[in-house]
Design a binder for this molecule. Structure first.
Ligand code: BG6
Length: 506
């Protein structure tokens, strides 16, 4: 036992002194994982909790309870959790004896929100300890679980709940889910995850914008011509037909991750990093998004669906073939968003996302305006306007393109070439372990810090805008255009930006 403690301290103590100092402030005594046998719990949540525990970031004595419908004994659940950690814990964190020490702290209960006796059993295990309830379940269960917990006295002060997308499939259904949560928890107790906000590089966006004086004076329509946000994936439907079909790229990626990125790029400087300050700025942006209409949708939004092609060098089936039937669900979306406010009037934000695209990356490209007059125009070639390219994944780097003179003795004027000023975050911080986004989010929820969680009004404003696109598509009879798996989406996506005199950065 002493040896195990030493192993834990060894991994945590030197790097994480600040966490140990603040442990006492943490009110949460029990973390309850609903849906504990599911995919999210296995791949993300159990490994994240293990990393936090192992680095002594959770208060001494924090208890963990897995809850799900399966009728497992605690030992059977512990064996599953240990398997998940053997496969999914960080490199260097997989010693069987440390994993065993962690999983034995997990209790397990078979739970059914419709059977009050099972929730009563949970309440008696929890006692008077304050809980962080993680609903890693289907969203239809959020309401029943919340009301069952309320009836069992597990939603009072000190209790918190974490929920994740999809929070509805449109504005009306999101209101229904949030109303059901609000009947049991106050907004300050509700932590809505958007896992992009837990990514280090997304938080870096805030650092880049507000930790450097350089960008802010140009960060507006006077200095910026247009902005692109791309989240490209190479994966197809995976085993998610039940959720994905009928949902599609707009609901799956744009309503949440991409609009969160847009809000962080476009928001005014918040007064602090406090949850209210940041979220108050994001909501102003989301509320300023110009809704699309039946008249504007054809020129401003493209839907696509992949057909057969190539993925990772191998032949890939089309979406309909994978699904086993025809479908009108879009696996690709490209949209021109307009933010109707003083800072961004007239600046297009192009959003593009899709499955089975040519490569996997997430990138924000800020295109600055051209110089007002070129003294090089005659012989020096065209001046390419500066770009700030923020690559969020898979590599993390920031590149600022600049025009520089090519070396030479030309007497008829300088020759210029576009070069990049490169900042490789992956390289600069190569000794720092890359965390699972959920580690940050779980720790913040334990601390009660909502800065990186999405507030109800943000969800609703985002749905309102996304609903306007769906309504526009329906009214204009627009259905997804085919594109080959392994390509960059339908040709209409290229036409979308070119229509406004722009082109995607490739
Ligand atoms: C999820 C979507 O929210 O994000 C998935 O439901 C998508 O369809 C995933 O694949 C992408 O996340 P990441 O972290 O791999 O970029």
């Amino acid at each position: 036992m002493a040896a195990l403690c030493a192993a834990r301290r060894y991994a945590g103590a030197a790097q994480h002194q600040e966490a140990i100092i603040t442990q006492e402030n943490r009110a949460v005594g029990t973390i309850v994982l609903f849906g504990a046998t599911g995919d999210l719990a296995r791949r993300m949540l159990i490994p994240s909790l293990y990393h936090l525990w192992r680095e002594d970031r959770l208060a001494e004595g924090t208890r963990f309870i897995g809850a799900a419908r399966s009728d497992l004994t605690p030992n059977e659940f512990r064996a599953q959790a240990a398997d998940a950690l053997t496969a999914g814990a960080a490199t260097g964190y997989r010693e069987p004896e440390v994993i065993a020490d962690f999983v034995r702290r997990f209790d397990y209960l078979a739970i059914d929100a419709d059977h009050p006796a099972t929730i009563a059993a949970l309440a008696s295990r929890v006692g008077s300890s304050a809980c962080l309830h993680y609903f890693a379940t289907a969203p239809q269960l959020y309401g029943p679980l919340a009301s069952a917990l309320k009836a069992a006295g597990l939603t009072g002060d000190g209790h918190r709940v974490i929920v994740e997308k999809p929070i509805g499939h449109d504005l009306a259904s999101s209101i229904a889910i949030d109303d059901a949560l609000a009947a049991a928890f106050r907004e300050e107790q509700i932590f809505r995850v958007d896992h992009y906000l837990g990514k280090e590089t997304v938080q870096n966006l805030i650092a880049l914008r507000f930790g450097n004086a350089l960008f802010e004076p140009l960060w507006r329509s006077e200095g910026i011509d247009f902005v692109e946000i791309t989240v490209a994936e190479t994966v197809g439907l995976e085993a998610r037909a039940g959720y994905y079909d009928g949902s599609g790229a707009l609901r799956d990626m744009v309503q949440n991750h991409m609009l969160q990125l847009l809000a962080l790029v476009a928001m005014e400087p918040p007064a602090s990093l406090d949850a209210a300050a940041v979220r108050n700025e994001k909501i102003k942006v989301l509320r300023s998004l110009r809704p699309l209409t039946a008249a504007s949708v054809a020129s401003h939004a493209v839907a696509g669906q992949y057909g057969p092609g190539v993925a990772d060098g191998k032949p890939a089936r089309g979406y309909a073939e994978e699904l086993g039937r025809a479908s009108a669900t879009e696996t690709f979306a490209a949209v021109r968003a307009d933010i109707d406010n003083w800072r961004w009037a007239g600046v297009p934000f192009y959003l593009r996302t899709g499955k089975r695209l040519a490569s996997r990356y997430t990138e924000i490209v800020v295109h600055f305006r051209a110089v007002p007059y070129s003294i090089f125009a005659k012989d020096g070639g065209l001046l390419a306007p500066n770009k700030l390219i923020i690559r969020l994944q898979p590599e993390e780097n920031v590149r600022l393109t600049l025009m520089a003179k090519e070396p030479g003795l030309e007497r008829d004027g300088a020759r210029l070439r576009e070069l990049g000023l490169d900042l490789s975050l992956s390289e600069a911080f190569k000794d720092v372990r890359r965390r699972i986004a959920y580690e940050r989010l779980l720790l913040d929820a334990v601390d009660g810090d909502q800065t990186l969680f999405v507030r109800r009004d943000e969800i609703e404003a985002a749905w309102e805008w996304v609903d306007s696109i769906h309504a526009g598509w329906a009214a204009a009879g627009i259905t997804p255009r085919p594109y080959a798996a392994g390509s960059w989406g339908p040709a209409a996506s290229i036409a979308l930006t070119e229509r406004f005199g722009h082109s995607w950065h490739e």
